[in-house]
Write a protein that binds this ligand. Structure first.
Ligand SMILES: NC(=O)c1ccc[n+]([C@@H]2O[C@H](COP(=O)([O-])OP(=O)(O)OC[C@H]3O[C@@H](n4cnc5c(N)ncnc54)[C@H](OP(=O)(O)O)[C@@H]3O)[C@@H](O)[C@H]2O)c1
Length: 368
């Protein structure tokens, strides 16, 4: 906690505000990297709605000031300019925060510098990545550093990736012999941001994909095919794209002893006209998504279990997942282990999902 952030306003000098400032200084500080992007703004708003102190960070200082003005809570908001190629600035950023929520993407480009700074400075880190290669990179390359410094790093604590991982854990709890975990995302009305379009471009063109089959992680070309996933009504069985590149293929095998893990997305999601042409729409328009995230776990000797969540606005759902995780990490309700962890390794999945359902983020159906 060494570096000073730039406050967005000068506090008044009344004794009431002096004591408010004193107690605010003790409150945890949440850095939001990429705070001027859509995800960053939604995350910052959710933190502020919970009266938390927020440090808006990124590479464009003017854009960060504009977001601070929009948010309109100067006592709780400060700014930090930290481009990705300025390693000392990134380290100063993570050192000054209790938790950093990384919202800038594609994570293939942005992930390593921010995650490395967090791991090296022992700072809790949560990100919104979907890319399996980024998730694998954190486990393969930053695990030892994070364990040495005591940092907890949670990749893909968001809509895609995070919800599938948590549902997989909740559905398979107590099943003696899991054969396959299939995660299905049914999404309508997705209006991609520039960051999402850039990420989709990379993932669609990716040749070497990460999969988990026959009990082992495999990296290489795969045949992309259609399947049918049995989403619960009112969605019903839908044609899906398989495999959909999402990080559950890396995280789920860490806590579910499955033979295979696969992620699918409704084929209709990419057939909707607005998906790639909505970079400039308003946040209100972008919020008009509907989603079902369902998991089917099958047992080696037959049988199995289903679980799902259903709701509106994938951006807000992802933001709330990351904020819930960050609040728990800052409040000492994080995992007993340190290092790089998948969502369901860090938190008890049924309880975490129930907390989000109770706060109205989605409806939740768990087995039994
Ligand atoms: N897993 C999920 O469910 C989930 C949910 C939401 C978002 N995401 C991911 O989060 C990322 C951001 O999405 P978004 O919707 O917020 O996109 P966005 O609105 O276009 O914002 C992108 C943000 O990333 C920053 N950025 C991009 N490249 C950068 C770089 N090289 N250095 C520093 N900052 C950089 C941008 O800064 P500038 O303005 O300076 O360019 C901006 O702040 C995407 O990769 C998306 O896939 C995933």
């Amino acid at each position: 906690m060494t570096a000073q952030a730039t406050p967005t306003s000068t506090p008044t000098s009344t004794s009431a505000s002096a004591s408010a400032s004193a107690s605010a200084r003790k409150a945890p500080l949440f850095a939001v990297y990429g705070a001027n992007g859509h995800t960053g703004r939604v995350v910052a708003s959710e933190l502020l709605a919970r009266q938390q102190r927020v440090l808006l960070a990124g590479r464009d200082e003017r854009a960060l000031h504009a977001v601070a003005d929009e948010l309109g809570v100067p006592d709780l908001v400060s700014i930090r300019h930290a481009p990705l190629d300025d390693r000392p600035a990134l380290r100063a950023l993570t050192e000054s925060a209790d938790v950093i929520i990384h919202c800038a993407g594609p994570f293939t480009t942005t992930g390593e510098p921010v995650a490395t700074a967090a791991a090296e400075t022992g700072t809790a880190y949560v990100d919104h990545a979907i890319e399996p290669h980024h998730v694998k990179y954190l486990f393969d390359s930053l695990q030892a550093t994070a364990q040495r410094t005591g940092a907890v790093l949670l990749p893909q604590m968001s809509f895609y990736g995070g919800l599938g991982d948590l549902l997989a854990a909740a559905a398979s709890a107590g099943l003696p012999d899991v054969d396959k975990v299939t995660v299905g995302y049914a999404v309508t009305g997705w209006r991609m941001t520039q960051g999402a379009v850039n990420t989709a471009n990379l993932l669609i063109g990716e040749i070497d994909r990460i999969g988990f089959t026959d009990g082992a992680q495999r990296v290489g070309p795969v045949e992309i095919r259609n399947a049918v996933f049995p989403f619960p009504p009112p969605v019903g069985p839908r044609t899906t794209i398989v495999p959909f590149p999402s990080g559950e293929v890396v995280t789920v095998p860490r806590h579910v002893p499955a033979r295979a893990v696969e992620v699918q997305l409704t084929a209709s999601t990419f057939e909707e006209e607005q998906i790639f042409t909505s970079v400039d729409v308003s946040p209100q328009e972008r919020a008009k998504t509907e989603f079902t995230v369902a998991v089917q776990v099958t047992g080696a000797a037959g049988g199995g279990r289903n679980a799902h969540v259903r709701g509106r606005d994938i951006w807000r759902a992802g933001a709330v997942v990351s904020v819930e995780a960050a609040l728990r990490l800052a409040g000492g309700e994080g995992p007993e282990k340190t290092g790089v962890l998948g969502p369901a390794e860090a938190f008890a999945a049924p309880e975490f999902l129930r907390a989000l359902a109770e706060s109205g983020t989605f409806t939740l159906t768990l087995p039994g």
